[in-house]
Design a protein around this ligand. Structure first.
Ligand SMILES: Nc1ncnc2c1ncn2[C@@H]1O[C@H](COP(=O)(O)OP(=O)(O)O)[C@@H](O)[C@H]1O
Ligand SMILES: [Mg+2]
Length: 239
């Protein structure tokens, strides 16, 4: 671990805190919290050890993606709950990839829960808590100047490539990747990198044999002991 000094607090979100690093302008520190929220923060709680688990899982998964040619913000893990990342100007679009019908897709389509999709669905949501993160299309994103067409095409392509890497990654670990959310941003040179996190907060993961839910849905819908679920997912993934 290299020397680093946590400097100024930048932002506290629902799951993480961001800090500047002394003497560095292009890198920041991302600290993962135990706080859990759902339904646009209407439901609040904590999940035991979530900060440690999600920091470790994100580091592990981002390293795997980097190894397979995905450009990400990840630099290095520096403590149980903290990692250094490249500072990005976040593109305010949540990119969702779906392999199996679940969650909000069931309210928008005639698809039934657990129906396997022949082709993955990629969706864009406007990252805006006040508007409740609405589903948008390319024209909406361009009208709001969130990204241009070329960038939207890139986000879609990158999200599908990440999906094709993560499906076998999770399968090997006894988990089905039902759907997940990605955030991208631009680095100091304007290059688009994968940012944020990949964790049971941002993925739907089902047990490969039983379809048991092993992600934040356990917290959302009180399906069981969510502390055990997160600990179990970490054990399965970090092999
Ligand atoms: N590399 C990065 N540089 C700057 N901001 C980032 C980076 N990665 C993620 N972020 C942003 O930092 C915040 C992370 O905190 P989080 O608790 O997830 O916030 P939120 O409640 O907005 O989802 C998010 O707003 C996310 O978009
Ligand atoms: Mg977030």
């Amino acid at each position: 671990m290299k020397e680093h000094i946590k400097d100024k607090f930048i932002y506290e979100g629902k799951a993480k805190k961001l800090y500047t690093l002394k003497g560095k302008t292009n890198k920041i520190l991302q600290e993962f919290k135990d706080d859990a929220t759902a339904f646009n923060a209407l439901k609040k709680g904590t999940i035991q050890n979530k900060g440690v688990i999600n920091n470790n899982l994100t580091a592990y998964i981002f390293k795997h993606l980097e190894k397979h040619g995905i450009k990400t913000h990840f630099v290095e893990k520096v403590s149980d709950t903290e990692m250094i990342v490249k500072r990005l100007k976040i593109i305010m679009i949540e990119v969702i990839v779906r392999n199996i019908a679940a969650g909000s897709l069931l309210k928008k389509t005639n698809l039934k829960e657990a129906q396997v999709l022949k082709n993955p669905i990629v969706e864009f949501y406007y990252k805006d808590d006040a508007l409740g993160d609405p589903l948008i299309n390319d024209s909406h994103a361009i009208a709001m100047k969130l990204a241009n067409q070329k960038e939207l095409n890139y986000l879609r392509k990158a999200a599908l490539k990440i999906n094709s890497l993560l499906i076998p990654f999770f399968k090997k670990r006894g988990l089905k990747l039902v759907d997940f959310k990605l955030e991208f941003g631009k680095d100091s040179k304007g290059k688009i990198l994968l940012g944020d996190e990949i964790t049971p907060d941002t993925c739907r993961l089902w047990d490969a044999k039983t379809n048991e839910k092993m992600d934040k849905d356990v917290f959302r819908f009180d399906l069981g002991n969510v502390n055990d679920t997160y600990a179990n997912v970490k054990e399965r993934i970090m092999i």
